[in-house]
Design a binder for this molecule. Structure first.
Ligand SMILES: [Zn+2]
Length: 98
């Protein structure tokens, strides 16, 4: 596990932080009965036309979310951000159903 602290992160970050619930795939595990593991947090953003993903530690979620929000405000990209969120949620649905 990387030990970098939140202080090393830039002040603003692109993208959105999403909570994810996972199935581990083990037969007989609680997740097989719908009691999924999580939440795991990840930040999704676009870079060079590609969707990038970085896991966010639970302790950093509030901080990283704030930085994403700061980026959106700084760039006044409310509409773009909303489109991005919509894109992300359809992307996540695809991932969950695979
Ligand atoms: Zn499981």
């Amino acid at each position: 596990m990387p030990t970098e602290s939140a202080e090393t992160l830039p002040k603003t970050l692109p993208g959105v932080v999403c909570a994810q619930w996972r199935k581990c795939g083990k037969a007989g595990c609680r997740c097989a009965r719908g009691d999924l593991h999580g939440p795991y947090f990840a930040r999704f953003w676009r870079q060079g036309g590609r969707l990038r993903k970085a896991y966010v530690r639970k302790a950093d979620v509030k901080d990283v979310r704030g930085r994403c929000q700061a980026r959106r405000q700084a760039q006044a990209e409310c509409v773009a951000a909303m489109n991005q969120v919509r894109e992300m949620s359809s992307f996540l649905k695809v991932m969950e159903s695979s």
